[in-house]
Design a protein around this ligand. Sequence first.
Ligand code: UDX
Length: 470
Amino acid sequence: MKRDPNSQSYTDKYLRKLLSLSVDLIIFMRNFKVHEIAEVIYDEEIDDVAYNILFEFEVDRYENGKSIGRFVKVNDPIGKSKEKIELLSSHKLPIDEEGLKEAIFAHGEKVKFSSDYHLIADSDIVFICVNTPEKNNWDVDTSYIDSSIEEAFKYMKAQSILVIKSTVPVGFTKNISLLAGNLNISVVFMPEFLRQGNAYLDSINPSRIVIGVEDEKSKNTMEELFKNFTCPKLYTDFSSAELSKYASNNFLATKISFINQIANFANEVNANIDDVKKIMELDPRIGQGSLNPGLGFGGGCFVKDTKALYYQSEKVNAPISLIKEVINQNEKQKYLLLEELSNLYFGLENLKDNKILFVGYSFKGNSSDIRNSIALDNLKILSRFTNNITLYDPLVKDKIKGYEVIDDLKEGITNSDVIMIFTERFEINDIDRTCFQNKTVLDGRNILSKDIIPHLKYYFSVGRGKVKKF
Ligand code: UDX
C-alpha cells in the first residue's frame, strides 16, 4: 500500500529524525562539467534517514528536462553551476519530488551547497552521485564520474571512505579501489533503486540496502551508518553489487517488454490484458509492478541500463541476448499508436485536416522529466506529417518549441479529433462524457474509463481489444 506522506505519524517520524541531525551535510558541486559530490561528515550520531534523502537521490537528475551535465557543458559552465547552487541555497530544488524539498531544507544551516572541493578535505565519508549516461555504442560514459573521483582524491584524507552511488559498469569499483588503496582511501559501492516521482519515499523506505564492500573496517562503518533502517541489508563484493543494479533494472524492463508483447497479442485475439495482468499478479512468484502494458519504457534509467548490460555482456562474450530483444521490442512498442493511426487514416499524410491532442509528454505519469519521453519521440515523427498537434501535461514545465501547450484538458479534448494518451494522466476520466462524442482515442496507457468508450468514434488501447464504431 502506498504510504501517505501527509499522515501525521509519517511526517512526525521522519521529520523528527531530520531535525535531530547532528552533523554537517554538504552537497558539493563542481564548477565545470556538472559533477556533484555529496558529502557527509561521519562522526558521532549520524541520522541515516536524513543523509539518505540526499544521497540516495541524484539531485542533479535534470533541470528543464535536460541533464544538467550536458546543459552546463554546452552553455556557460561556471555560470550555470553557480546558478544551481544559488537556487539550492535559496531553498529551491531544480526537480519536483514529493517530500524532498521539505526534508532537505528542514535542516536549515546544516545543509550547505557549495562548489568548493576543499570542503571535503575533513570528511570521513564522501558520496559520489553523478550521472553515468550512455555512449552511442551503448557503453557507459564514465567521464563525469572519472573526473569527479579524480578531483575528490586530491582532497580526501587518508582512511576516509568513498561511496559510489552512481550506476557503474561491473568492475568499475574494483579499479577505483585499487587506485584508492594507494592513497589509503577505502571504496564502497551502493546502488540506488529509486523511482522518479517516488524518489523521496523510496529513499526513506527502501526495499533493500545493497552494500558492495571488500574491507572489514568500511563494512563496520556502513553497518553503523545504516543501523536505523529496518529493511534487508545485503553486503556483497563490488561486482555483485554493481551487477545487482543492472540485473534489477533489466528484469523490470523485461517484464515491461513481456507484458507489452502479451498485450499486443491480446488485442488481436480479443482478450483483455487488464484481466490477464491481474491474474498474473496474484501469483506471488510473478508479483506486482512493471506489468502495466503501454508504449514501453522511457526515462533516464531503463533505456540506458538495458543497453549498458547488453554491451558489457557482449564484451566478455556472454551476451544476454534476451535483453537485446527487450530493447528491440521497446523500440517498436514506442510507435504503436502511430502505427494504428497510420492504419486508420491510410497513411499519416492523410491526417492533415485533423487536430491531434497529446495527453502527457513526460516519460511517465508522475514525473515532469522529459528525457527519453516516448511522446516526444512520437511528436518528432508525427510533426513531419502535420503541425496540427497540441500538447497537454500539467507537470511538465518545459514548453516544446513550435507547439501549443494547453492547460485546459476539457477544451483540448473538445477541440481535437484524435486524442493520443502517452502517460497516466488520469484526470482525463473526470472530463464530461459529452466532450468525447465522435472522438478517436488512442490510449497508450490503458487508462480511459470504460464508460467513456461508447461515446467515441474509435478506441484503441494496448491489449484491451479494439473498439470500432463508424
Ligand atoms: C526505474 C526503476 O523503477 C528504479 O528502481 C531505478 O532505480 C531507476 O529506474 P524510473 O525510471 O523512475 O525508475 O521509473 P519506472 O516507474 O520504473 O518507469 C520506467 C519507465 O517504464 C516509464 O517510462 C514507465 O512509463 C514505464 N513503465 C513502468 C511501463 O511501461 N509499465 C510499467 O508497469 C512500469
